[in-house]
Design a protein. Structure first.
Length: 106
């Protein structure tokens, strides 16, 4: 047994504060999930709009006389194709190209 006399009202208040802190944290988690859901929905809507605009622009370029091969030669990507990720340059390729350009400057 404890030698201290506990006040039931103070203990109840502490319990209430602990419960409220837990509820507040859970409610905030829901707020963040809903906000992220809205952001994802907006991004998906913008993606669909951009994809449709890309398709229309590609078809308009073809109708204007461009061939698909010539359009791709300009760097334009056909609708439905994913862009290729750029490879990261390594430190060696940068330093070796930097060294060769430095020797050219001298």
């Amino acid at each position: 047994m404890s030698d201290a006399i506990l006040n039931p009202d103070e203990a109840a208040q502490r319990a209430r504060e602990l419960i409220e802190a837990d509820v507040n944290a859970r409610v905030e988690a829901v707020r963040q999930v809903v906000s992220a859901t809205n952001d994802a929905d907006d991004a998906e809507r913008r993606w669909k709009d951009a994809t449709a605009a890309h398709d229309r622009a590609w078809r308009a370029a073809l109708d204007a006389g461009w061939s698909e091969k010539d359009l791709r030669a300009t760097g334009a990507r056909a609708p439905g194709q994913t862009s290729r990720p750029r490879r990261a340059r390594t430190a060696n390729s940068r330093s070796s190209s930097g060294a060769s350009s430095a020797s050219l400057e001298e």
